[in-house]
Write a protein that binds this ligand. Sequence first.
Ligand code: COI
Length: 358
Amino acid sequence: MSNKIEFVKREQLKEKPDPKNLGFGQHFTDYMLSYDYDKDKGWHDLKIVPYGPIEISPAAQGIHYGQSVFEGLKAYKHGDDIVLFRPDQNFKRINNSLERINMPKIDEEELLEGLKQLVDVERDWVPEGEGQSLYIRPVVFATEGTLGVHASHNYKLLIILSPSGSYYGGGSLSPTKIYVEDEYVRAVRGGTGFAKTAGNYAASLLAQTQANKEGWDQVLWLDGVERKYVEEVGSMNIFFVINGKLVTPKLDGSILPGITRKSIIELAKKLGYEVEERHVAIDELIELHDKGELEEVFGAGTAAVISPVGKLKYEDREITINNFETGETTQKLYDHYVGIQSGKIEDPNGWRVVVPKY
Ligand code: COI
């Protein structure tokens, strides 16, 4: 599909935010992509419309029963071009998420084409400062206005765009402090942990708020059965550098298959690192730290990019990683990864997708 989709123009364009104070997810562009689903027509009415409030039934199933999934990806400015980073991966994953909570799948190619046309319209909104990008947030939710618990017959998909800077505010490579959560759990195998459902994030908020109150930036989740193996952080996957080797929890159904995670694994292997995907017990990490073998820890996610972890707290232990400094491996992976995204270095894998000028 490469026909131009319907474009409903707004009367007045918005004022752009100050590029020095973008924050994350605070500002939204003039337009969004909108797509509707009903049982008879399937997905229909793909169009670009003014960004703004939408009307939904107070009985919409998505609000009551949480049938809602989302994605996150980014567009970058490379000279005159606007480039998306591995968008095919996000649309593949959104279909896995939709399937898991019994929502209708989308045509990945059609949606990618719609996104390109939207980003083309909004090319002036893509920021170009260091560490900045246009954060792209697709979301799909149930709109049927009835209260019986069943898979909704109506859905809405929106893609909204937000010019953004660093997720943690302090600059991309400032080390974070992470609280290892030993009371609440995020997901269990057979549940929805591998899908990007709104409910997974709702389930994480209480622990996140408590950790924040005690001065920790994020929560590191342990597995939901034994509370022994590390899984992921609130907004990113987690990596450990152990005796020069990159180690990350393996995907077994309760962990989000991050696209940054996947890209870092592929990149690290190319750079000559040995990479292990396996179960990692929290006790093993503490022991490795005590022996001086836990060299670095970092998180990886679309919004967070690569984010060094400087401190971990588990039960009554508080450990400092690499003197609360960004380690050599973290820095090297960051430079390569961000270099590819920002167009500063070659892209041998074809991860960058240029947005056409329609
Ligand atoms: C992302 O990294 O894009 C995420 O979805 C994480 C978070 C902002 C919810």
